[in-house]
Design a protein around this ligand. Structure first.
Ligand SMILES: *Cc1c(COP(=O)(O)O)cnc(C)c1O
Length: 444
């Protein structure tokens, strides 16, 4: 299937190629039981549990190096909040109906990196550090990992380089965590990257290399330079299983939070989750973890900018990493810098193809409208990319295709009124004050 044929055959792809806001329901989505054996071969429950344990081992180091995590004992986690005022404001503003309880997962406020990248990005750096230190006989699994903060360990890690290609937030998470261990760090940044993110990284001693080109180019160049250096590790956003595992750990943590809040998920209390997607790794890993826990009771939808729906196109056409938004006549240009990836991850689009319920696309203007609504309603400010998730609850009962999805999946009035709908907020904590103010006045 090429882009031209997909546009000719599928009316929804035609709308998407026209840059319209719409809902796309994934025709490849299967009942969980039909996906289980094959998925477990790629990323198993044991792999996710192993990642969770690794993060626990590192907790004493994290607590020591990043005092802002001391209250959670060095576990990097964010709150989950009900946002009833935002739910009301969205309904009033868009004339839509949002059934059930609207919640927000505040990965926008994750410590250290201020974005969802504090899950996958930091996890991969920690795993790499552990692998190196154990191989060199400087660490055992039984040690108190706080020793990794000592000066001789920093000197040890200083012989190694970590590199990454990024539109911004992944660079921040890799840069800050690698520098904390003592690694040398190079971040290859695309043209979409915001200046404040480059400035912040440079202030931490990170080498930032800028490209006039898009994200795929920054990744390819970073990968090439890293491959030439035997002492260098490349964090590969388009291919890494470790990144994916770091994100997947979020699911069990969310389940514990919902349990503590007394919120049930089962057939009669479905969970609907809306996650902004760039290359797909963060929303893919989180969704994958959620599907493993909640199976058919969770419905995962990604949200992408109208000009850059690369994950949607990769899955819808079966082109996977070969899908490129430009081939569909889209610009790939968006204010949502965290989502500005013209081609998706091949690994994630493949593994999510039978698990993803669908997608909602959102225009840049709406991101800022929702950013302001959220600020007015809940006094929470997040970055524009992070607002893409609101397209989900607004869209679910608005579009005929997503209404049909609900009918076909037993999401009737009664169950929807018991539903939990979670907007996954993905970034915002580190945005400087003057830029926050300018966001409140953009696209007015
Ligand atoms: C990176 C990012 C995403 C999406 O993650 P991918 O792994 O690229 O799909 C969403 N929102 C924000 C703010 C991000 O930084």
């Amino acid at each position: 299937m090429n882009a031209r044929r997909a546009i000719a055959q599928d009316p929804v792809i035609r709308q998407i190629a026209g840059g319209e806001e719409t809902a796309w329901i994934n025709p490849n989505c299967l009942p969980f039981a039909a996906t289980d054996p094959l998925c477990q071969l790629v990323v198993s429950d044991a792999d996710i549990a192993d990642a969770e344990q690794r993060l626990r081992r590192f907790a004493p180091f994290i607590a020591k190096r990043f005092p802002e995590t001391a209250s959670s004992g060095g576990i990097i986690e964010s709150p989950t909040l009900a946002i009833p005022r935002m739910q009301e404001r969205l309904e009033e503003t868009y004339g839509c109906r949002i059934p059930g309880k609207l919640l927000m997962k505040l990965d926008s406020h994750l410590p250290i990196a201020g974005s969802v990248k504090a899950r996958g990005g930091i996890y991969e750096v920690l795993k790499h550090a552990e692998d190196l230190a154990i191989a060199a006989g400087r660490l055992t699994l039984e040690d108190d990992y706080a020793i990794l903060a000592e000066e001789d360990m920093r000197a040890f890690f200083g012989r190694y380089t970590v590199q990454v290609g990024s539109t911004g937030n992944l660079g921040l998470s890799i840069g800050i965590s690698s520098a904390a261990l003592g690694f040398r760090v190079k971040v290859h940044m695309s043209a979409d990257a915001k200046q404040w993110k480059k400035d912040l990284l440079r202030s931490k001693g990170v080498e930032v290399i800028e490209y006039a080109d898009d994200y795929s180019r920054a990744v390819a160049e970073g990968r090439r330079q890293s491959d030439e250096d035997p002492m260098s590790h490349f964090v590969d956003d388009e291919r890494s299983v470790d990144l994916f595992l770091g994100y997947a750990v979020a699911a069990g943590r969310l389940k514990s939070q919902l349990d503590e809040m007394g919120l049930t998920v089962d057939r009669d209390h479905p969970l609907l989750v809306y996650l902004p997607a760039g290359v797909g790794g963060a929303p893919g890993g989180v969704s994958y973890g959620l599907k493993r826990i909640f199976k058919d009771d969770v419905h995962c939808f990604f949200t992408e900018p109208t000009q850059c729906p690369s994950v949607l196109l990769g899955i819808a056409t079966g082109l996977y990493e070969r899908a490129n938004v430009h081939a569909f006549g889209l610009t790939g240009i968006t204010e949502a810098d965290g989502l500005a990836c013209a081609s998706p991850s091949g690994f994630v689009t493949r593994i999510m193809s039978p698990l993803l319920s669908g997608e909602f696309t959102v225009s840049d203007g709406r991101l800022y409208d929702d950013l302001r609504l959220l600020y007015d309603a809940e006094k929470l400010q997040i970055e524009p990319s992070s607002c893409a998730g609101f397209a989900g609850p607004r869209g679910l009962l608005h579009y005929a295709d997503s209404r049909r999805y609900c009918e076909e999946h037993g999401l009737d009035e009664k169950r929807l009124s018991n539903a939990l709908q979670i907007v996954w907020a993905t970034g915002g904590l580190l945005v400087p004050e003057e830029i926050r103010r300018s966001y409140l006045a953009t696209y007015l």
